[in-house]
Design a protein around this ligand. Structure first.
Ligand SMILES: [Zn+2]
Length: 292
């Protein structure tokens, strides 16, 4: 599932091309991803509108127009890519850990559910193999209204995030710390990958009760959350550049995941074999020696 760094990478990849462009046609291949919004209403709300800002909070992308906002949540396998007439199509590359497919641009296929045709001949395609994602418009346009509507907590890459915020949210919880990190109404943006990475970096056992994460480990966790997200962002950027260069898979190896998906392999800090457990219903990789 795309987490904050992947979603932010998508946003940045569109930033140079989409703002200012006018939508001249809206093609709906499969209305399922509209999640109940009538097709004609969706089309009418976007036709002849010009993109202004491309925004993100946690894993949610939202693009405000004058009277409504286009919401894009990539779900498990959603892809939002721009196909430009002056650029060659690129093949899909599958991530060896996450299974995510990425490409810079591609022609529409049977998994392309929404296409926004733009006034310069380019097209913004929403493609989603498993269709857990959603794309629709809502009448709200302010950032705070949108965050409230989707009940999103603080985005860890904003100034609102701090060790104090983290402490306030953990103090009265008995659930495993990993469950709190995955709770989007508390922290918006972390998923299984970056939760495992942050806990490994902060040397905290994923099953430790929230209220027992205090003091120096809490400070370490706040720092680790921001640090692993920044590392992921840097890797995402690298990957996109590699796609342009056509060098394929190599970009992913630079992500340098230390815990996620590495169970059965040696811990990069102590050499012990990383364990596999289920915490908060999710497969979890961790080191019993380093993480307490
Ligand atoms: Zn270790």
């Amino acid at each position: 599932m795309p987490e904050l760094p992947e979603v932010e990478t998508v946003r940045r990849s569109l930033l140079d091309f989409v703002p200012g462009r006018k939508i001249v046609d809206v093609v709906v291949g499969d209305p399922y991803v509209l999640r109940g919004q009538p097709v004609d209403q969706f089309q009418a709300s976007l036709r002849d509108q010009s993109f202004q800002d491309l925004e993100r909070h946690g894993k949610l992308l939202f693009f405000p127009f004058d009277a409504q906002t286009l919401i894009v949540h990539l779900g498990m396998t959603g892809q939002l890519t721009l196909r430009r007439p002056d650029r060659a199509d690129t093949r899909f590359i599958r991530h060896h850990h996450t299974g995510l497919q990425r490409t810079l641009q591609h022609p529409p296929d049977q998994h392309t559910h929404i296409s926004l045709m733009l006034d310069d001949g380019s097209a913004l395609h929403y493609r989603d193999v498993r269709k857990f994602g959603r794309v629709f418009t809502i009448p709200q346009t302010s950032r705070s209204e949108i965050i409230a509507r989707f009940r999103l907590g603080i985005d860890p890459l904003t100034a609102d995030f701090s060790p104090d915020y983290l402490a306030g949210g953990l103090r009265n919880r008995k659930a495993p710390i990993k469950a709190a990190l995955l709770d989007q109404s508390f922290l918006a943006g972390l998923g299984n990958i970056y939760a495992d990475e942050a806990l490994f970096q902060a040397r905290i056992r994923p099953g430790r009760a929230c209220y027992r994460v205090r003091g120096r480990s809490l400070e370490a966790l706040a720092q680790a959350i921001v640090s692993v997200l920044h590392q992921g962002l840097q890797a995402g950027g690298t990957t996109l550049r590699d796609f342009v260069d056509g060098s394929g898979q190599s970009g992913y190896n630079q992500e340098g995941l230390q815990a996620y998906g590495r169970y059965g392999q040696p811990c990069l800090a102590c050499g012990d074999e990383l364990r596999r457990s289920t915490v908060a219903g999710r497969t979890t990789s961790w080191c019993a020696r380093c993480q307490k």
